[in-house]
Design a protein around this ligand. Structure first.
Ligand SMILES: NC(=O)c1ccc[n+]([C@@H]2O[C@H](COP(=O)([O-])OP(=O)(O)OC[C@H]3O[C@@H](n4cnc5c(N)ncnc54)[C@H](O)[C@@H]3O)[C@@H](O)[C@H]2O)c1
Ligand SMILES: [Zn+2]
Length: 404
C-alpha cells in the first residue's frame, strides 16, 4: 500500500472495486393493477417496510395517456407494504428542451429535499430519453446518488438511452456536458407506451438498432432489413423484438467491453454520433436524436465506402435500409459552411467536440463491413465533404427499395 517513503515524499495507493448490477425488464401495462413487475422489483431490494417513491412524468406522455397519474397512484397505494408515494407525481416538460433548462435540475433536487427522499428511497422517471437523462442526473447528484428507476417510453429510450449508465443535461451549448455515470436501480420497459408515439418518434429509435447492428452483428442487420416494412407499418411484434435485441447488445457492450464509464478514448456505441450531435444543434433540435443518428450513420458509412474500407454493395444496402425504414439521409444543415476559416463545414465542429468530450486521441468508429466496426483516429475533410454531397444526391434521387 505504501508507494513511497523518502525524505521527499510519502505516498499511499488506494484501490477498490465496486460491483454494479441492475435488471432491465420488458412488459406490457406496467401500472395495471395485476402487473406484479414494479412491486417485485422494488420489493426485492432487501429493505424492511415500505420505501418512498417519487415519480417524475414526461408531460407529453401524460397528455397522450390520460389517467396515467391516477393509475400510478392507484398501483402504489394498492401495495402499501412495498411502497408509499412520497408526493403526487411531478410532471416535467418532455423532449430535448428539458435538458436545456438547468432550472429543472434545481427544481427536482428541491423536491427530493422537500419530500425527504433518501438513498433508500426511489426516484422513478417515466418518459422519453430526454426526461430520463434529466431526472437521472438530478437523482445522481442529490445526496450523491439516490436509487433511480427508469421507465422509458420511446423506442430510443427503451433500446438505448434508458438501459445504459449515463445521464446528463446540455450546457454551454454542448450536448450532455453536465452529467454523471450512474447505473440505474432498474429499467422497466413498457411496450404499451409506444402506441402513442408519433411516427417520427416511433422511427427515431430504429436508427440506434441499425447502428449497433452495423458495428457488431450482421445477423441483427438482416433482421432489421427483413422487418423494415413491418417496422415502418408499426407492427408491434417486430418492434418488441428489435428493442429487446438492441437493448441486449447495448447492455453486453457496456458490461462486457471493459470500459463502462468510458475512461478510454473509444466509444464504439457512438458510431454515427459525431455528426449527429452537431446536426441536432445546427437544426436547433428540430430533428430528433435518432433522426440525426440515421444521417450520421449514412455519412460515416459513405465515408467508409469512399475511404475504401467498405464495399459499394454493402454501402448501398445500408443507405437502402435507412431509407426503407423511412429516414432522411440528408438535411441542408449537413452542408452548412462552418464559421472558422479552416472549417468548410459546420458539422466538423462535431469532431472537435467529440474528441474533447472523451479526451485523449480522436477515435471515430467506421465500418469495415456490415456487422464489423473499425476505429480510426483521423478523418479526411475532403472525403467528408464528398460524402455529404453524395448523401444530398441520394436523398433527392434514389427511391427507397424495400426488400420485402
Ligand atoms: N444517457 C444516454 O446514454 C443516452 C444515450 C442516447 C441518447 N440519449 C439522449 O436521449 C434523448 C433522446 O431520447 P428520445 O429519442 O426518447 O427523445 P425525447 O425524450 O426527446 O422524446 C421525443 C418526444 O416524444 C415524447 N414522448 C415520450 N414518450 C412518448 C410516448 N409514449 N408517446 C408520445 N410521445 C412521447 C417526448 O415528450 C418528446 O417530445 C436525447 O437527449 C439524447 O441525448 C441519452
Ligand atoms: Zn444515440
Amino acid at each position: 500500500l505504501i508507494l513511497n517513503d523518502t525524505p521527499f515524499m510519502r505516498s499511499l495507493n488506494q484501490e477498490f472495486t465496486v460491483q454494479f448490477s441492475y435488471s432491465v425488464h420488458f412488459t406490457n401495462g406496467l401500472f395495471k393493477a395485476d402487473n406484479p413487475l414494479l412491486t417485485e422489483v422494488v420489493g426485492s431490494d432487501g429493505s424492511k417496510g415500505p420505501r418512498k417513491i417519487l415519480f417524475v412524468v414526461d408531460q407529453i406522455v401524460l397528455e397522450k395517456t390520460p389517467g396515467l397519474l391516477e393509475q400510478i397512484t392507484a398501483y402504489v397505494e394498492q401495495n402499501p407494504a412495498v411502497f408509499t408515494l412520497a408526493a403526487p407525481p411531478i410532471v416535467v416538460p418532455g423532449g430535448e428542451a428539458c435538458k436545456n433548462e438547468m432550472r429543472l435540475v434545481d427544481q427536482l433536487q428541491e423536491s427530493i429535499h422537500r419530500y425527504h427522499i433518501d438513498r433508500h428511497s426511489y426516484v422513478a422517471a417515466v418518459g422519453g430519453g430526454a426526461v430520463l437523462d434529466l431526472v437521472g442526473f438530478a437523482a445522481a447528484i442529490a445526496h450523491r446518488g439516490i436509487r433511480h428507476i427508469r421507465i422509458p417510453t420511446t423506442v430510443l429510450a427503451q433500446n438505448d438511452s434508458g438501459v445504459g449508465v449515463k445521464n446528463g443535461v446540455n450546457n454551454f451549448n454542448k450536448k450532455n456536458f453536465t452529467g454523471t455515470f450512474s447505473p440505474p436501480f432498474a429499467v422497466l420497459n413498457d411496450f404499451e407506451f409506444l402506441r402513442t408515439l408519433n411516427d417520427r418518434d416511433w422511427r427515431a429509435g430504429i436508427s440506434e438498432a441499425i447502428k449497433v447492428s452495423l458495428i457488431k452483428d450482421a445477423a441483427f442487420f438482416r433482421f432489421i432489413q427483413d422487418n423494415a416494412q413491418k417496422l415502418r407499418n408499426r407492427e408491434m411484434a417486430a418492434m418488441e423484438e428489435l428493442i429487446y435485441r438492441c437493448a441486449e447488445m447495448h447492455l453486453q457492450h457496456i458490461g462486457g467491453a471493459g470500459d463502462p464509464f468510458e475512461k478510454g478514448s473509444s466509444r464504439p456505441l457512438d458510431f454515427g454520433h459525431w455528426a449527429a450531435h452537431t446536426l441536432e444543434q445546427l437544426t436547433d433540435y428540430s430533428i430528433r436524436h435518432g433522426e440525426a443518428v440515421a444521417i450520421g450513420i449514412a455519412l460515416d458509412s459513405t465515408y467508409s465506402y469512399l475511404a475504401g474500407m467498405l464495399t459499394k454493395a454493402e454501402w448501398q444496402e445500408i443507405l437502402e435500409l435507412i431509407r426503407a425504414v423511412g429516414f432522411d439521409l440528408y438535411v441542408p444543415e449537413l452542408a452548412q459552411p462552418g464559421t472558422e476559416p479552416d472549417q468548410p463545414l459546420a458539422i466538423l465542429k462535431g469532431l472537435a467536440d467529440f474528441r474533447e468530450h472523451l479526451g485523449g486521441e480522436l477515435t471515430i468508429m467506421l465500418l469495415e463491413r456490415i456487422g464489423r466496426g473499425v476505429e480510426v483516429h483521423e478523418m479526411d475533410v475532403e472525403l467528408i465533404t464528398r460524402a455529404v454531397r453524395m448523401l444530398e444526391a441520394a436523398q433527392y434521387t434514389s427511391a427507397p427499395q424495400i426488400r420485402n
